[in-house]
Design a protein around this ligand. Structure first.
Ligand SMILES: O=C(O)CCC(=O)C(=O)O
Ligand SMILES: [Fe+2]
Length: 225
């Protein structure tokens, strides 16, 4: 796919933002599958809950598990864009659920993944914030400065790579609503519905599909003594 027109130029390289990557019907289908996920499949964290599909990434290699067909459709859709240069096709999906007021602390995705992140948002918008990685002695410093923000609309696809993967931390503030006029780098690529009114948009529950490649996989070996 030719990404011209989808690259966000007001922030460091590289961000691609594609609004309406999936249709409302596809979004509803995803949400209803997630809704039916058995409770024990979820890992409940303090400020969100998550499900791993494709296996659990591990330094010794991920024991690959088959991704269910309804979800593999979207992994294929992302792979077909040529985002992950094969043979680095995506093989893992992390499903995160955020209720209003929930978020994720500043982090990088680290060395277990091939350094490209693709994220499909469903159900609600959110605002992804970026800060710079700090040195050890800076750790105690005052709250980390937010350098720029991206608005992730429902049904959109976000792709992050290069220095944005390696040098910047990303996070979602634990807010019930977002002010959308302030330092949003991809604002001109967003839907018009967000460009009217008072720019204060309430969050509703959001499901994100973070689609990545885990390069190191292993076949499970069972040892019987
Ligand atoms: O929900 C999102 O869009 C971000 C998720 C994320 O950063 C992660 O799971 O590493
Ligand atoms: Fe992340």
């Amino acid at each position: 796919m030719d990404f011209t027109g989808f690259e966000v130029r007001k922030c460091p390289p590289t961000v691609m933002y594609i609004p309406n990557f999936i249709t409302s019907e596809e979004e509803q289908r995803i949400l209803s599958h997630i809704e039916r996920t058995p409770k024990p499949r979820w890992t409940q964290l303090l400020n969100r809950r998550l499900v791993n599909y494709g296996g659990i990434p591990h330094p010794n290699g991920m024991i690959a598990e088959e991704i269910p067909e309804w979800l593999q459709t979207y992994v294929d859709k992302v792979n077909n864009l040529g985002v992950f240069e094969s043979p680095q096709n995506a093989n893992h999906v992390l499903v995160n659920e955020y209720l209003p007021g929930q978020g994720i602390l500043p982090h990088t995705d680290g060395p277990l993944f091939y350094p490209i992140i693709s994220t499909i948002s469903c159900g609600s918008h959110t605002v992804l914030e970026f800060g710079k990685r700090e040195t050890e002695e800076d750790q105690q410093a005052a709250p980390r400065e937010v350098l720029f923000k991206l608005l992730l609309e429902p049904r959109s696809l976000l792709i992050l790579k290069d220095t944005l993967y390696s040098d910047y931390l990303h996070s979602i503030a634990e807010n019930n609503e977002d002010v959308l006029c302030d330092r949003i780098c991809n604002y001109d690529l967003c839907e018009n519905t967000y460009k009217i009114g008072d720019h204060l948009v309430r969050r509703s529950p959001r499901i994100s599909l973070t689609i990545r490649n885990v390069p190191k996989t292993s076949k499970m070996k069972l040892k019987f003594c």
